[in-house]
Ligand binder design. Sequence first.
Ligand SMILES: Cc1cc2nc3c(=O)[nH]c(=O)nc-3n(C[C@H](O)[C@H](O)[C@H](O)COP(=O)(O)OP(=O)(O)OC[C@H]3O[C@@H](n4cnc5c(N)ncnc54)[C@H](O)[C@@H]3O)c2cc1C
Length: 697
Amino acid sequence: MVREHCDRTTALVNESSQLVLAGHVEPQDDLRAERKRASFSSQELAVVLNGGTEVLQRRSRLISQLQSTSWGSQAAVSQRCFHSREQLHVEGLVAQTEIWKLMQSGALSQQDAKDMETLLTLPGGLTLHQYMFIPTIETQGDEEQQAYWLPKARALEITGAYAQTEMGHGTFVRGLETTATYDRASEEFIIHSPALSSIKWWPGGLGKTATHCIMLARLIINSKDHGLHPFVMQIRDLHTHLPLAGVRVGDIGPKFGYNGVDNGYLMLDRVRIPRRAMLMRHARVTPDGHYFPPSAENAKATYGTMVAIRALLVDEAGWVLARATTIAVRYTAIRRQTSERVGDKELQVLDYQNLAATLLPLVASAYALIFMGKASSDMYKRFEQDRDAGNLASLPELHVLLAGMKALSTWTAADGIEACRRGCGGHGYSALSGLPDLYASYVQNVTLEGDNNVMSLQTARHLVKSQEAVAKGRRVEGSAAYLQRAEQELHRKCSVQAPQDWQTAEVLDAALRHRATYLAAEGHKLLLRHGGGKINFAGPDWNGNTVQLIHMAQAHSQLVLHTTFAQSVHQADLEPAARAALIKLVALHGMSLLLRDLQDLFMDGYLQAFQAQMLVQRRNELLLELRPDAVALVDSFGIADYQLNSCLGRSDGDVYRALLEAASGQQLNKTEEGPAWNAVLKPWLDPASRQQARSKL
Ligand SMILES: Cc1cc2nc3c(=O)[nH]c(=O)nc-3n(C[C@H](O)[C@H](O)[C@H](O)COP(=O)(O)OP(=O)(O)OC[C@H]3O[C@@H](n4cnc5c(N)ncnc54)[C@H](O)[C@@H]3O)c2cc1C
């Protein structure tokens, strides 16, 4: 009887399942089919994008090494999104110190160690020690100071943070208030926070990790303020890790993301440090209190470090966006929603035009930024060679170019990750998609290393100055050289007569250049009008027009980005099918940039309505033409599943199984009844408990 019941159940359910699953497609089959329909080999393109087979092989080797450890195993990595701040903080430091150990033992080169940390994507309290504390001593300490501090820092006998920003000031560095007053009698500096607003606030690793920091404070000698200078300052006891006398230090609390890192606060009450704690490679204070300022050349060299970091940020933006688009494109290629009749195959959501129009331009942006990142680091390397030969001539151009590009690239990547997350629907909101954490950790980049608005305004200043130079008959070189021909350019009109014309590189370049020229000319005119014929780079004239000025800088950076992308594809060593796909991607990139701010091209009559309609039409056609290559384009980034750490983005497409496994393995599911059962739910829901409670009344 029981057997018969079971058989009947199975038969009935099988029948229903067949009915419902008639149009079912296994996600893995979808991804396989996507890869089959691609027009080029993603393996070959991955080699080009990543800079050679050896780079990819080295990455696989590092991932295998990581996976063989307890702190870097796949299981450890995928559990991270369930962990508390405290756990993440400790795990980050465990990983960083273990990698440090491997490096010290010679098992890893310095570059391997850096790359391993990048692959692990688990930020820790030692990041600023590596990227700011040690480099600042290297570049600003004199020989004796380097010989004293660097061996200790490299052996991790001390750990450091970079304490610049204060509660009251970040962007306006000259407004920082912490004082370093020289006491000639004892040959010491007294470091003090004179107000609440002068408490150091934000430095990474300062809260709980750092024993020392680079302290940026105003040097004051005999009541004379010599401005900001760097000091190496001990803040914690090396035996107990407790704060030293006069030091109040701690973590600033939970943040939007990046929560494993102990960004800290530091308040100082007349703390004395020796004279030689001031880093004296460029500026000096003698024992009797004489101050020797840095030379102008040295001040410029310090600028160079900032430029190097911005070049890295541009490169990173491309690869971060590559991660987000890999997740979103793969997932939307296996995600199916809606069929016309029940039982028919549902549509892959990437086939809805709205998703293709969101994601494919972002894939194009990721490619553009990756090529721009390469170009930026090449430019920086050339600058380094010149600098070592005593020539700093290329620094101003590099500075303005990368200021605007830092802003454009980090804005594009941050907004792009969020667009990818939304594109993944409900599952995009799950931490298991990898997108919320990627966004929360990344979005700080629009503020760090120079807030993006402020960066854009630096580029805007250069564009205005360039126009002033042109007006005075001087030659303008570099990325703003096109402004030389502004007068002729402003009379030009768009030449498009058919939708296909929009795909030609010349037409797109011309439109982007026209837009940048027009906006630069408008910004210049605006400032002249407000200044009564004179340009003011500060004060109400400037501050009251920053919307237009930022927009103008963005248009300039977009032009540079797009032309660099097009040129890089032109010069890259690509097989013909991959080149054909990338040429289309370049076109999509240019069209998307134009469509985003189309009104600019109408302002001076450059564009006519029929040409705008043709632009939309050609962009839509291009989306369809690129759609079969969508998965291959993201596969070509060559990002390993380990790095993606996403149930949605995994390369085999087995998304639903991955989601179930990850969800069921977490702490909240450790017991079947859940942690709130006994104390909270049981008294309400369990009839026996209710009965017992009533009988007590
Ligand atoms: C995660 C994280 C880590 C950090 N790590 C460190 C660290 O290790 N060490 C350290 O010293 N600091 C660190 N910082 C601080 C960081 O450098 C500053 O937050 C950043 O420089 C921006 O300064 P701010 O916070 O004062 O912004 P504000 O300058 O107050 O910006 C507020 C708004 O005003 C606008 N604005 C400001 N000035 C201008 C202007 N002149 N023109 C137009 N608009 C303007 C900005 O665009 C922004 O929208 C960190 C910050 C974060 C978020």
